[in-house]
Design a binder for this molecule. Structure first.
Ligand SMILES: [Zn+2]
Ligand SMILES: [Zn+2]
Length: 429
């Protein structure tokens, strides 16, 4: 390249960066590289087997999951020290199931008793291929599970996250963590809010979010939530309630995800649905692989669905001047005063999880900023269209928008889906 051309390019780049800094032109931060390619996968990320307190073998669970249409499952047995997760036999069983069900992506995970709660707090840890060995998962179990042993020192939580971060140089090689059933044993809403803040602060780069809809969806009480806080239409209240614990984190700008619906499958006697029978998480991944799924979960590129009311749920925001819409997990930076169109796309199958006629009644957009959260728009779903949309002017400031879809159930809890948020940053003049 000649010096002149190089000089012109340098000036153009400098001008562009200056304009982008003032948001004269819209741009996408935290862009998902596979936004316009990628594959949709139906996933279940929380499953138990005989290696802990489940009834079935890894093979049996994987077989049912495949038959129910799962593309992805994670085996996540408890790391209680006397149980069989994170042992050589555990890894061998997962490896054998991968060979037997080659179309099913099977992630190695564990369910961790998070310190210092002595077994009262659970989180799923999902391991990438570079950490998929009993030597590594076994060490994690030995060092950091805090159930049924002498109390661990107070810094164990932060040591555990430091250890997990050190497993990989890049985000794609790092294990990721989701807090499970966050309100199940919480004494009040504030306890959940502060726990999520603590995990976010300690878990940078590893802590991806929370299980938005707990498992045990056939149990009484629903979700096995026998304490003070109860699910709201089957979802954890920290995720379902506008201005709940999740929205507090989103208002602070934390890229933390709650649109995860799981089975927590142990057996039918515990009030559990099988993987992909009732609850599913639709993951938009760069590829059909363990690494692809982990990258998508880490990026927020997924949505949780109950009752098979919808699939491939995507929240997007379109603004003039961008070549593609901004997706859940991404951040739109744009000038104030412009128009934006918020859309939710979904496949709405003709029949639901029970094979009965299905419909989607409405989609709500929830807006979150430093003043709280509220429903911005309630949009009836037109079955003749693959999406709903809502246009509005972009006010100055930072906010997040997330979506949920609802099928009203006359004689029980409604069936919902939840998306992760799109963040919006409109710098002031
Ligand atoms: Zn269990
Ligand atoms: Zn579990």
């Amino acid at each position: 390249m000649s010096k002149l051309v190089l000089g012109v390019v340098t000036v153009l780049v400098a001008v562009y960066m200056q304009q982008a800094g003032r948001a004269k032109v819209p741009r996408i931060e935290h862009a998902i590289p596979w936004a316009t390619s990628g594959v949709w996968l139906k996933a279940e990320t929380h499953v138990h087997t005989k290696f802990s307190d489940g009834t079935f073998t890894v093979d049996e669970v994987a077989g049912h999951a495949a038959a129910n249409g799962c593309d992805v499952i994670a085996i996540t047995d408890h790391t209680d020290r006397r149980l069989g997760a994170a042992t050589p036999e555990y890894h061998a069983a997962i490896t054998a199931a991968r060979a037997k069900f080659p179309k099913l992506v099977i992630l190695t995970g564990v369910e961790w008793n998070v310190p210092p709660a002595r077994g009262e707090d659970h989180a799923v840890v999902l391991f990438p291929p570079s950490s998929d060995s009993a030597q590594i998962t076994g060490e994690f179990k030995k060092l950091f599970d805090d159930y049924d042993r002498e109390p661990l020192p107070p810094e164990t939580l932060s040591s555990a996250f430091t250890w997990l971060r050190a497993r990989g140089a890049s985000a794609a090689e790092r294990p990721i963590v989701f807090l499970n059933h966050p309100s199940r044993k919480a004494r009040d809403v504030d306890a959940v809010t502060s726990r999520m803040a603590e995990l976010w602060a300690a878990g940078k780069g590893v802590f991806a979010g929370t299980e938005g809809a707990p498992g045990h969806q056939k149990a009484k009480p629903l979700g096995a939530y026998g304490g003070v806080l109860r699910p709201a239409d089957r979802w954890d209240p920290s995720i379902a309630s506008p201005a709940g614990a999740w929205d507090v984190r989103l208002a602070a700008g934390d890229r933390v995800w709650g649109a995860l619906a799981t089975a927590d499958f142990h057996n039918e006697g515990m009030g559990d649905f099988w993987p992909c029978e009732f609850s599913s998480t639709w993951v938009h991944a760069p590829e059909r692989s363990v690494t692809g799924v982990l990258r998508a979960l880490s990026a927020g590129s997924f949505a949780g669905v109950h009752g098979g009311i919808a699939g491939r749920v995507q929240l997007e925001v379109e603004v003039p001047g961008l070549s593609r819409p901004v997706l859940a997990g991404e951040t739109l930076v744009a000038p104030a005063g412009g128009q934006a169109t918020f859309r939710v796309r979904a496949d709405v199958p003709a029949t639901d999880w029970q094979g009965r006629p299905n419909r989607l009644d409405e989609v709500e957009l929830i807006g979150i900023d430093g003043n709280g959260a509220r429903v911005l728009a309630r949009l009836p779903w037109d079955p003749a269209q693959p999406l709903v949309s809502h246009s509005s002017e972009l006010p100055a400031g930072r906010f997040a928008v997330r979506a949920r879809g609802r099928r009203v159930v006359e004689d029980g809890d409604d069936l919902l889906f939840y998306s992760n948020p799109v963040f919006v940053n409109i710098p002031g003049q």
